[in-house]
Design a protein around this ligand. Structure first.
Ligand code: UT7
Length: 328
């Protein structure tokens, strides 16, 4: 018989420094009013100089492991989703494996942008269900301030830094009832970083032209997001054998309050059942969902037995959703 996989521990960490909208008023042609009404963001967090993704990931992971009551040595695998690793080699997951003392864990990073945490959760679920592994750490971490172009008002105001983590393990009751992931690479140009890879290695010119920073076609991503958030949620709900009215809580990717509200409305969900922290953190890409999930749990908004939908979309283009019958 198939094992049941569930989330047995959660944790998150954001940097201390807060960057509010007024900061941007001083450096570019924008306003708190525009940012608040068009995105829902009031402030975001930024790492300190010398800090990197693995530092945030380590603190989030430690909290998740503590809350799961397992020891780091009991981890069989570490999956880190990030588009902002400390460096392209080694992986953030290997740095974590060493720092955590998770000596028995295999470790790799995955790249699926804002959907990455759901991709990681999906992979982890397979290994638990098929019996190969017992405990897997899944982390979403981003330091997007390091790839943000502070001269581009279309993107600069949107992004923030943070990390969220979950331990996926065997559970007797409830657990991850369904996962659904997908991609459409024909939309790859909508969100991209041109330089720093094999196509355009770093050069003086690439640095001078800001090509190591993210660019985005906001309105194209917006339209895709509203459609996909609903579609992917419905598919995960159906795969779980449930209907939208069975959903107790909704934890969407935090890219824009208008996207969150539109998708909740399409699903017939009251905003009271929807977790929102975009006002405090902005868009943290693959960290958004696990941070939101951790906060919702700690605030008592997600309780044991609740059916929780998590759903994300992002660069690639990619998307992912899951229904979790909360077992913590
Ligand atoms: O995590 C996954 C990836 N990201 C997303 O999901 C983001 C999805 N997209 C969005 O959230 C929205 O498209 C944005 C928030 C990025 C932009 O909002 P929008 O309502 O789609 O604005 P827009 O791009 O259509 O621009 C409208 C106007 C433009 O001015 P003009 O050309 O009409 O004169 C922009 O230049 O707003 C201007 N604008 C700004 N004005 C003040 C764009 N950014 C700013 C800004 N401050 N920061």
């Amino acid at each position: 018989m198939k094992n049941k996989a569930g989330i047995i521990g959660v944790g998150s960490q954001v940097p201390e420094e807060r960057v509010d909208n007024y900061y941007f008023e001083h450096i570019m042609d924008t306003s708190d009013e525009w940012i608040t009404t068009r995105t829902g963001i009031k402030e975001r967090r930024r790492i300190a100089e010398g800090e990197a993704s693995s530092d945030l990931a380590f603190n989030a992971a430690k909290k998740a492991i503590e809350s799961s009551r397992i020891k780091p040595e009991e981890l069989d695998m570490i999956i880190v989703s990030t588009i902002t690793p400390d460096s392209s080699l080694p992986s953030v997951s290997c740095i974590l494996q060493d720092k955590l003392g998770a000596v028995n864990a295999a470790a790799f990073d995955l790249s699926a942008a804002c959907s990455g945490f759901v991709y990681g959760l999906t992979v982890a679920t397979q290994f638990i269900e098929n019996g190969m592994y017992e405990n897997i750490l899944v982390v979403g971490v981003e330091t997007l301030s390091t790839i943000t172009n502070y001269e581009d008002r279309k993107t600069a105001v949107l992004f923030g830094d943070g990390a969220g983590a979950a331990v996926v393990g065997r559970v007797e009751e409830g657990g991850i009832r369904s996962t659904y992931i997908g991609a459409d690479g024909s939309g790859r140009d909508y969100l991209q970083i041109s330089a720093g890879g094999s196509r355009m290695p770093a050069s003086h010119e690439s640095v001078d032209k800001n090509l190591h920073k993210v660019t985005m076609s906001g309105s194209n991503v917006f339209k895709f997001a509203v459609r996909k958030m609903e579609e992917a949620s419905i598919i995960a709900i159906e795969k779980a054998g449930l209907a939208p009215e069975d959903i107790n809580f909704y934890v969407p990717h935090q890219a824009n309050i208008r996207i969150i509200e539109a998708s909740a409305k399409r699903l017939g969900l009251d905003m009271e059942k929807v977790y929102v922290n975009i006002d405090r953190y902005g868009n943290m890409s693959s960290a958004s969902i696990p941070v939101a999930m951790d906060e919702a749990y700690r605030e008592g908004k997600i309780k044991k037995g609740d059916n929780v939908v998590i759903v994300g979309f992002g660069g690639g283009l990619t998307w992912g959703s899951a229904v979790i019958n909360w077992s913590l």
